[in-house]
Ligand binder design. Structure first.
Ligand SMILES: [Zn+2]
Length: 325
């Protein structure tokens, strides 16, 4: 019995072993993706990718209007719930946080800008403008702000990676905002600052004066596309000067506004010393909250304590640096 039992068990073990070894031969393991595809490219191929969008020339005027020492361009991206709708994200929290941008955020931001009497640029996804049609008239009623394009539904163009679809959404966005504004917008900001390899060509061909999605310099510059100047002015942005990384966490986590304020003031102080350009990106569904709007008010007051600060829309800055050449 012992021997028979042993044989039976050995037979079972051999059968199991055979089953185990059969699996990999029937379905070979998928090849691992190459983590360094760039290492296999030639220097010419790398140069082509690196310089797909590159500064053609720096646009730093010797002086700003009225002898100002620094240009301050405040911008607000009115994404609201458009990105949430684009991804079909379930749940009331991201949807209602987005709604806050239109319901309380924008009106409070406009009150701060009124109090300080400074202009700003608002970049609005077309869907966000359609879902809260009161936003554009509210901004325009102030007579000193600018409105620019910010995608159709805050789609991520790099993830979408579809030239025809991207062109269609850009055309639709321009049409919708042009009708809502009564004039064609001149400024473009890619949703999430994410440009695909198709975006800049489409932006240039659509005749935009400027883009504000890239970060190759502190100064404005003309964008070259595949080595050829586009005539499009870049007003560079940075994550350092963006409220989303600091305030974007869903739980409203620290840092406190005054810690963020220190970074923004230091950036401003150096821009002032260098005679440069200061572009700050905010979102009314983040910075439109009470404590943060209070901080924004204080930040603008701080800037005003220094002589020679030119507060301008992105459009005004782009026109000035282009004409000052
Ligand atoms: Zn955005």
């Amino acid at each position: 019995m012992k021997i028979n039992a042993c044989l039976a068990m050995c037979g079972l073990a051999m059968l199991l072993a055979a089953c185990n070894t059969a699996t990999p031969t029937a379905q070979p393991a998928a090849a691992k993706p190459n983590p360094f595809p760039g290492a296999g490219l030639s220097l010419d191929e790398l140069k082509s990718r690196y310089q797909h969008m590159y500064p053609a020339r720096r646009l730093k005027p010797k002086k700003w209007p009225n002898g100002a020492r620094v240009a301050v361009a405040l911008s607000f991206d009115m994404d609201n719930a458009s990105g949430t709708l684009a991804r079909g994200t379930p749940g009331s929290e991201p949807m209602t946080r987005g709604q806050y941008g239109a319901v309380d955020g924008l009106p409070r931001i406009l009150r701060v800008l009124d109090k300080q009497n400074v202009p700003a640029s608002f970049f609005i996804p077309a869907v966000a403008a359609a879902l809260n049609p009161e936003m554009i008239p509210a901004i325009q009623s102030k007579k000193r702000h600018e409105i620019g394009i910010h995608g159709w539904i805050h789609e991520n163009l790099v993830e979408m990676n579809d030239e025809a679809k991207e062109q269609d959404l850009l055309n639709k966005s321009i049409d919708l905002l042009t009708k809502a504004m009564g004039k064609k917008p001149v400024g473009y900001r890619a949703p999430s600052w994410a440009m695909s390899t198709f975006t800049m060509k489409q932006v240039r061909d659509a005749g935009f004066l400027y883009d504000s999605s890239l970060m190759a310099s502190d100064d404005a510059y003309e964008i070259a596309l595949d080595g050829k100047p586009t005539g499009v002015v870049e007003l560079p942005i940075e994550r350092i000067l963006d409220d989303a990384p600091y305030f974007g966490a869903a739980n409203g986590s620290l840092p406190a506004p005054d810690l963020v304020d220190k970074i923004y003031r230091d950036e401003f102080d150096v821009a002032y010393e260098e005679g440069g350009l200061y572009v700050l990106t905010m979102h009314p569904f983040f910075t439109g909250h009470r404590s943060r709007a209070l901080w924004l008010d204080k930040l603008i007051s701080y800037m005003k304590t220094k002589p020679g600060v030119w507060f301008a829309t992105h459009e005004d800055v782009a026109r000035y640096v282009k004409s000052a050449e």
